[in-house]
Design a protein around this ligand. Structure first.
Ligand code: B1M
Length: 215
């Protein structure tokens, strides 16, 4: 039953059909399917397929855009339930979150924000395409414990490094932990830029954030 639903979810993203994606996300909630499983086993499968087809030239930008819209529509339905399922209510720390400058991919970043706040972090989500110094200023303004940056493009991940350097320049680096993530980010990159933590997915991001702060 769930397997068939997951398949339909993937297809709704491949077809770029936000209405269908939204309806299937609602169906998942109504039938007791775990919202995170719906995302990972259903909708993400579709978006990955579209991404692969886009890189081999079998699908084009409009299809990528529509897949993104369908994915967003589904996540919007599932997000409130993900929040509700967060078990820990104590405030664990403040996280400034963004997608780096030049990069408008928002779905993964938003999911990471959802999982962090469901776990008990106060999340300041700055959105996408956030200039380096804006991140630093926000971290200072809210006395952030963690700066968390998503990057989906090999051309923009370099701004994760720029933020770390800017934090060093203004003397804040020792006061704040830095987490990075996004499809092109690897453990090697994390080491190279001197970040403190990295995770491949949103659940892992919440776990790493707790580890970094020892909470
Ligand atoms: Co774009 N795009 N895109 N795109 N897009 C990719 C990333 C790409 C890999 C597709 C491909 O060619 N196979 C490719 C990048 C190639 C590269 O750099 N190596 C690409 C490209 C080329 C582009 C454009 C340049 C296309 C163009 O215009 N010619 C353009 C760039 C725009 C820009 O940013 N300046 C572009 C645009 C877009 C859309 C706007 C159309 C749309 C985004 C819509 C939106 O976000 N509102 C889009 C989409 C949908 C994708 C793919 C298909 C899917 C991304 C996604 O949402 N995944 C993507 C291919 C792919 O990844 N399969 C692709 C689902 C999401 C849940 O996963 O974001 O990986 P993800 O997040 C995960 C983890 O990575 C991790 O946890 C999340 C949840 O599990 N994670 C973190 C993420 N951030 C984290 C932070 C952490 C920890 C974990 O700590 C801080």
């Amino acid at each position: 039953m769930s397997e068939e639903l997951f398949k339909q979810m993937a297809e709704s993203v491949i077809d770029g059909d936000p209405d269908q994606a939204q309806a299937l996300a609602q169906k998942a909630l109504d039938t007791g399917v775990d919202p995170l499983e719906a995302i990972n086993k259903g909708f993400v499968m579709g978006v990955n397929y579209v991404g692969d087809q886009f890189s081999c030239g079998n699908m084009f930008l409009p299809e990528l855009v529509m897949a993104g819209e369908a994915m967003k529509a589904a996540v919007a339905v599932l997000e409130p339930e993900l929040h509700k399922r967060g078990t820990e209510r104590k405030m664990l720390g403040k996280v400034v979150l963004c997608t780096v400058e030049g990069d408008i991919h928002e779905i993964g970043k938003t999911l990471v924000g959802t999982m962090l706040s469901a776990t008990g972090f106060q999340v300041f989500d700055m959105g996408v395409d956030v200039p380096v110094m804006k991140v630093v200023e926000k971290a200072r303004e809210v006395s952030a414990d963690i700066v968390a940056m998503s990057a989906l493009l090999t051309t923009t991940m370099v701004h994760q490094k720029d933020v770390i350097e800017a934090l060093e320049d203004v003397g804040m680096r020792s006061k704040v932990k830095v987490m990075v993530g996004g499809a092109p980010v690897t453990q090697e990159w994390v080491k190279q830029i001197g970040a403190d933590g990295y995770s491949e997915d949103a659940i892992g991001a919440a776990r790493i954030a707790k580890q970094l702060l020892g909470v």
